[in-house]
Design a protein around this ligand. Structure first.
Ligand code: SF4
Ligand code: SF4
Length: 436
């Protein structure tokens, strides 16, 4: 029986803008700006210098730290600079600038049958390919998928929920690259050594459910689960609760509940890395929003300027009030169209004035709507009070660290209080002071 997680919201989804349009390869950019930090963990260190020639797939950055990910060129051409450049998440960061030569020459990678690759070799291929979680979190995949000694999980969940409004990239991947996604799922299931796997897909993605079910007809141990359409259904904790009725202990990880969750885009990249040795140098980006002339899902090279992808989709049609990378609930707003697509860029949204909240903040009226919708069972109104009063030591009583920053509380708040902003401030204050 499929259960529901507590709380959550039902925003308007706007998926009809791109849902039925096939994936399209984006134009080859003339130049790419590839940040050395596109993932959680230590930035990669540049392995190239200005003047070096590179091809598509050349390794250009690597770190010796365990929690990090390699970075590859997405163009063939020449490195022109290694310098600080605008970054969609960090503000600015060191990046390798590559001018393309228009030839689109690729490094040569060898193909193999994924069924006959050992776990050790799979690990090396995933590390070499620089794969990170493509659902937006960008956590290095080798750290997540290869469990620490003594840890074991019994279930793998493939996350096809894609619960953020506007985004349809994972949906198109499931519909158009079904075989590859299931190939990636099988590789992950094998390295985790789990008997069971589930594919969680929100019910409104009917075509994805149909093709995935059809492709898995003869698989008894991989089951497609249609999920209630509710945000944030794709959160790891919410997915695990919904499908397995298990809770992750406070401050814990999915493996502490005996399971592992990965996004469909990550499964596709794992398949491509293991089968073709292909590094992660491109990803699916939903370029959408009511202000975009021709919204579509593009297979874009990492490092492409987001302004160029917007132009490729016909540009904006009216007064664009906000540009966001990712979904509207959790994605960061951008101050410049010069920021590049990075591994975690799920979408580029161009929103009009009616789609964004421009209300003035009012005093809290203690209505408790924020409490009702919080999927983590937190008390947003109390956390807000403590942070505003500068009492960070009190926050341990309210489990601020469990906050997903999902934005449900802020979405329903009639006083338009920027709750997520406050929680981010509270978390960074705790990190800065080392309290509580
Ligand atoms: S929803 Fe807003 S107004 Fe209502 S209790 Fe929460 S913070 Fe206060
Ligand atoms: S942002 Fe944090 S406090 Fe607000 S609803 Fe999400 S998890 Fe709860």
């Amino acid at each position: 029986m499929v259960r529901a997680f507590r709380g959550g919201i039902h925003p308007r989804y706007f998926r009809e803008l791109t849902r039925d349009k096939p994936l399209r390869e984006a134009k080859l950019p003339e130049k790419v700006v590839i940040p050395l930090s596109q993932h959680i963990g230590a930035p990669a260190e540049a392995l190239v210098k200005p003047g070096d020639a590179v091809k598509v797939g050349t390794l250009i950055g690597q770190s010796s730290k365990f929690i990090s990910a390699s970075v590859h060129s997405s163009l063939s051409g020449r490195v022109t600079a290694i310098e600080n450049r605008p970054h969609p998440v960090l503000g600015d960061a060191m990046a390798v600038v590559i001018e393309g030569d228009g030839k689109n020459e690729h490094e040569i990678f060898s193909s193999r049958d994924p069924e006959h690759v050992s776990s050790e070799e799979v690990k090396k291929l995933i590390i070499n390919a620089g794969i990170v979680g493509l659902g937006g979190a960008a956590f290095p995949a080798h750290v997540k998928l290869f469990l620490p000694r003594g840890k074991k999980v019994d279930t793998f969940i493939l996350n096809g929920a894609e619960c953020e409004p506007y985004l349809t990239g994972d949906y198109r991947i499931m519909v158009e690259k079904t075989k590859e996604v299931i190939g990636g799922l099988r590789i992950i299931k094998r390295i985790l050594n789990t008997e069971k796997a589930y594919v969680g897909i929100e019910k409104d993605k009917t075509e994805a459910i149909r093709v995935m079910k059809e492709a898995l007809t003869n698989e008894k141990n991989i089951i497609v689960i249609p999920l209630t359409v509710k945000y944030p259904q794709g959160g790891e904790k919410q997915l695990i609760k919904t499908i397995l009725n298990r809770e992750i202990p406070g401050g814990g990880l999915p493996m502490d509940a005996g399971c592992m969750v990965s996004n469909v885009g990550t499964a596709l990249s794992v398949y491509e890395a293991v089968t073709f040795g292909r590094p992660l140098y491109r990803r699916v980006v939903t370029v959408t929003g009511t202000m975009i002339k021709n919204p579509v899902n593009l297979l874009a090279r990492i490092g492409t300027r987001i302004g160029d992808l917007i132009e490729e989709c016909g540009g904006v049609t009216g007064n664009c009030a906000k540009v966001i990378t990712g979904g509207p609930m959790m994605g960061p707003a951008q101050y410049s169209l010069d920021v590049p697509v990075i591994k975690g860029t799920t979408g580029i949204l161009c929103l009009g004035g009616k789609e964004i909240s421009l209300h003035e903040e009012l005093p809290c009226i203690h209505c408790a709507r924020c409490v009702d919708v919080c999927p983590m069972g937190l008390l947003p109104t109390e956390m807000r009070k403590q942070i505003k009063a500068g009492r960070c030591e009190e926050l341990q009583n309210y489990n601020l660290s469990d906050c997903l920053e999902c934005g449900c509380c802020e979405y329903v708040c009639p006083a338009h209080i920027p709750l997520v902003h406050l929680f981010k401030l509270g978390k960074s204050e705790i990190q800065r002071t080392g309290r509580p």
